[in-house]
Design a protein around this ligand. Structure first.
Ligand SMILES: *Cc1c(COP(=O)(O)O)cnc(C)c1O
Length: 402
């Protein structure tokens, strides 16, 4: 049976975001790992990858993990989070930001977003901390901030408040490897601990993998210990607590080292793609380009814009369908977690109270991520832009300067 004829939707010819591997270099590193016979969680490349990653982001210590989710899980444990503890996290993020909180029997409070970078509304959080300080209510055990879609979160106020109240701040920088603030500090290095992901769809990849960074040697040592089954040094199988099999493999670290060499090129390609989208879409009526504030040097992991339904009359899903009909993949943003079944019962921190609408839902209803693989050709990008232009012009909307 010809399934293609039945659906009439062409296969995807422009994917959303696929890895940029630099095959020759990647093969060299992987071949060397195989030649050394070290392919698992022991081997020189894991340590080298940690050293080079820590140096790259400007952290004192790095602990390589089997995934970004594992990194967040360990970061929470070493921050002292346990059963019954309250941990604040954004409602507008990937589920992996909060799942590890739930693994620990702790309770995530889902916090609303702000409209500039779409990250945690730090004024809302700081206001709640100040209120609790006045009433003597219990503070959250930890806060997980996310750099959503590679956009640096405004964290200076929140960071200072966390320091003042001794609340560990964990940065989920899974989507922001290489993202910086204007003063040069990397995403993941402001808080107590930073967590990164090297999944296949992220900025750089090790297949599956992640990293924790911190300047605190005690936290780093404990995270590494827990990632290797909490086994004590020596030949005996002696364990002093319940550990995890969360160490990155030497084979994955080999790919990580190759990707780290390629990272500047990946980031500059991503930036060029973002600049070309901006140049074209800035003239479209009703599109909010979600431009980074002056203090932010984002990674443009997922190039995303907002289409104002009120100004264009175009619904988000109409844009997704028009692109898909042209063989182009695009996506809505992460579903606000409080709107999903496994998380709907969790406590919320919204400006208007738990039962009001959230900024996150408005962003979700209008946000679209466009194809932005580091290897995206200009011709393919022009096809994406052309498809959007046709949709806009079809509705009599402006798409040009004049
Ligand atoms: C990808 C991602 C993670 C999880 O990383 P994995 O390596 O896939 O486990 C966590 N948080 C965010 C925001 C992510 O995008």
């Amino acid at each position: 049976m010809n399934t293609q004829a039945a659906t009439s939707v062409p296969p995807i010819s422009i994917p959303l975001c696929v890895p940029y591997l630099g095959e020759a270099k990647a093969m060299q590193w992987i071949q060397a790992a195989i030649a050394s016979n070290y392919v698992s969680s022991v081997g020189p490349y894991v340590d080298q990858f940690e050293r080079e990653f820590a140096a790259y982001v400007g952290a004192q210590h790095a602990v390589a993990c089997s995934s970004g989710t594992a990194a967040i899980h360990l970061a929470l444990i070493v921050s002292g989070v346990g059963a019954g503890d309250e941990v604040w996290a954004p409602t507008l993020s990937f589920a992996a930001t909060i799942n590890p909180i739930l693994y620990l029997g702790a309770v995530p409070t889902l916090c609303d977003a702000e409209t500039v970078t779409w990250n945690l509304d730090e004024e809302l959080l700081c206001g709640e901390i100040a209120r609790r300080a006045r009433t003597g209510e219990k503070m959250p055990k930890a806060i997980v901030g996310v750099h959503l879609l590679g956009d640096l979160a405004p964290l200076s106020l929140l960071r200072a408040t966390c320091v003042a109240h001794h609340i560990p701040l964990i940065e989920d920088a899974a989507e922001a490897v290489g993202g910086r603030y204007a003063d040069g500090r990397h995403a993941g290095t402001l808080g107590t601990l930073g967590c990164y992901s090297f999944n296949g769809n992220k900025i750089m990849t090790t297949g599956n993998g992640g990293m924790i960074t911190t300047d605190d040697p005690t936290l780093a040592r404990r995270a590494k210990h827990l990632s290797t089954q909490a086994r004590l040094p020596g030949t005996a199988y002696d364990h002093n607590e319940v550990g995890y099999n969360y160490r990155l493999s030497n084979l994955s670290a080999a790919l990580g080292l190759a990707q780290l060499e390629l990272l500047p090129e990946i980031l500059s390609r991503k930036a060029a793609i973002a600049a070309r989208y901006r140049e074209a879409l800035v003239h479209f009526s009703g599109i909010d380009l979600h431009e980074p504030p002056p203090w932010s040097r984002p990674t443009h992991w997922m190039y995303s814009v907002r289409v104002s339904r009120a100004e264009t009359g175009i619904a988000r899903d109409e844009v997704l369908h028009a692109l898909r009909a042209a063989g182009i993949d695009s996506r809505p943003l992460w579903s606000p977690l409080h709107t999903l079944k496994p998380y709907a019962h969790l406590p919320r921190l919204f400006a208007g109270g738990a039962h009001t609408g959230s900024v996150a839902e408005v962003l979700f209803s209008e946000g679209i991520s466009l194809p932005c693989s580091a290897g995206l050709s200009e011709a393919d990008q022009d096809r994406v832009i052309g498809c959007l232009r046709a949709l806009w012009q079809n509705r009599g909307l402006t798409t040009d300067q004049g």
